[in-house]
Design a protein around this ligand. Structure first.
Ligand code: CP
Length: 331
């Protein structure tokens, strides 16, 4: 897939389709912009008069709602299309859906689809000036998840070059894993590990610059950050595992396993979690977990991306000028 589609000739973000191909400078700019919005605060006029459509062909709790909140906090009008009640169920194609909604003067589409490449397809066919944000396409990419993951890591451990990050679980089916690996590499992480049974490791993943571990305790040894992945049963065709019980025994993060690791290791998970499968419930909400911080940061990071793409230069400048008051806004 052509990642240059998302950048204008002068290197600015036009769409956000994948982390691949973004520069360290641009990712850092997005994370820095997100600090403007952390902690809630008053509504900002950055996207006043703009219309954002959420078009989710797969279920979502976090991504859809935080995109909606982000757009509303920037004063955009937001349409949430109920795909199950839309004309796609009568056979309308993705292209005709795009063109129909574009005719309503939409400025930005946030799209999630089960097909890898769906967001690229939208970006290729979108009218000039219409932005596409990928909210997850098949196994391919989930760029805003990776950005909010990097934001969350940076809040606790600012020097990526000192970090060993273990990505654990269903790497095979995970768009989050792919996007996180790209982001961590771009930001210069010291070591990126993928830890999973052989059946859940994609072939040739070492080419992405990761080290593969097929045993959990070895993969977690010395890690600064653990990113657990959901076992994606809905994307599995055939038997990848003997049972979820065996997966939990061999690859689940439990209190006992966590107790053997550094006391300041971060435990992350994009959600939704399978309690008792990839993670014990007590660990998911334990003191090393930043899972709910990840959710909260999703709003700020998505505001940053939307603002950079759609906000006028003048309003962006004014927004940055007011940065200090925003950071100290009461919750
Ligand atoms: N992390 C994530 O994409 O969660 P949702 O499926 O709830 O949006």
């Amino acid at each position: 897939m052509n990642s240059s589609l998302q950048l204008s000739a002068d290197g600015r973000l036009r769409h956000l389709l994948t982390v691949e191909g973004l520069s360290r400078g641009l990712i850092t700019q997005i994370l820095d912009e997100a600090t403007l919005y952390t902690g809630g605060g008053r509504k900002l006029p950055l996207l006043h008069g703009k219309t954002v459509v959420n078009l989710f062909f797969e279920p979502s709790t976090r991504t859809r709602t935080t995109f909606e909140l982000a757009a509303k906090r920037l004063s955009a009008d937001v349409l949430n299309i109920q795909v199950a009640a839309s004309s796609t169920t009568k056979g309308e194609t993705l292209l005709d859906t795009l063109k129909t909604l574009e005719a309503m003067q939409v400025d930005m589409f946030v799209i999630r689809h089960e097909a890898s490449g769906a967001a690229h397809f939208f970006a290729q066919h979108a009218a000039p000036g219409v932005a596409i944000l990928n909210a997850g396409d098949g196994r391919h990419a989930h760029p805003t998840q990776a950005l909010l993951d990097m934001y969350t890591i940076r809040q606790h451990k600012p020097d990526f070059t000192a970090l060993t990050v273990a990505i654990v679980g269903d790497v095979m089916h995970s768009r989050v894993a792919r996007s996180d690996i790209h982001a961590l590499r771009i930001l210069g992480a010291k070591e990126i590990r993928v830890v999973a049974p052989r059946t859940l490791i994609p072939s040739h993943i070492e080419a992405m610059g990761v080290t593969v571990f097929n045993e959990l305790d070895a993969g977690l040894q010395g890690a600064d950050v653990i990113i657990l992945l959901r076992l994606q049963k809905e994307r599995m065709v055939g038997a990848f595992l003997p049972s979820t019980g065996e997966f939990h025994r061999d690859f689940g993060l439990t209190r006992a396993r966590l107790a053997k690791l550094s006391p300041d290791v971060l435990v992350m998970h994009p959600g939704p979690i399978n309690r008792g499968v990839e993670i014990e419930g007590e660990v998911a909400y334990g003191e090393r977990s930043v899972i709910l911080e990840q959710v909260e940061h999703g709003i700020a990071v998505r505001m940053a991306v939307m603002g950079l793409i759609l906000g006028s230069e003048e309003l962006q400048h004014e927004n940055r000028r007011q940065r200090a008051p925003m950071n100290h806004a009461p919750r």
